[in-house]
Design a protein around this ligand. Structure first.
Ligand SMILES: [Zn+2]
Length: 168
């Protein structure tokens, strides 16, 4: 296990666009493994390379509770979206906070996997939200820019606000 230091907002590195990955290297394989260790250790469902200080177009996602669906996205692009979901979103770089963000309910992503094979990934609901959130990071964007009314709630307020707003 190698846990990397997660950059916390506002940190300049989180606002910079990332450079495409040209080829898989041992260094990148180590980075990917470390990112999974770091994300699972922090109970996150996604982590982008800039969050550990690396400005490369690489992000990981796993929205399962038992860590059974690890997804690696290299040079990802959103190629299709549909529908809408409104709900709470958080980020490991914005600890203990969450905001209400409306996202597409379905997303299709084209990217390369850890073997640099081109693949397409489809996601709905939480997976769609996580895929888009991580790809935004690679473009230097954070969910806080899109949080409704610019409000970031403390984690212990979320349950109450969800009930008030009728959110799932
Ligand atoms: Zn994030």
């Amino acid at each position: 296990m190698a846990i990397r230091n997660i950059r916390v907002y506002p940190d300049d590195v989180l606002e910079k666009p990332c450079k495409p990955v040209k080829e898989m290297t041992d260094k990148l394989r180590t980075l990917i493994n470390d990112m999974f260790d770091t994300m699972y250790d922090a109970d996150g469902v996604g982590l982008a390379a800039p969050q550990v200080g690396i400005l490369k177009r690489l992000a990981i996602v796993d929205v399962t509770e038992d860590h059974s669906d690890p997804i690696v996205m290299i040079n990802p692009e959103v190629i299709e979206t549909s529908g809408e979901q409104r709900g709470f979103e958080g980020c490991l770089s914005v600890p203990e906070k969450a905001g209400i963000v409306t996202r597409p309910n379905y997303v299709k992503v084209r990217c390369f996997d850890s073997e640099m094979n081109e693949i397409e990934i489809e996601g709905e609901e939480l997976l769609a939200r996580a895929l888009i959130h991580e790809i935004d990071h690679l473009n230097g964007h954070m969910y806080v820019e899109q949080a409704e009314d610019g409000i970031l709630y403390d984690n212990d307020e979320v349950k109450e606000v969800m009930e008030r707003e009728g959110l799932q």
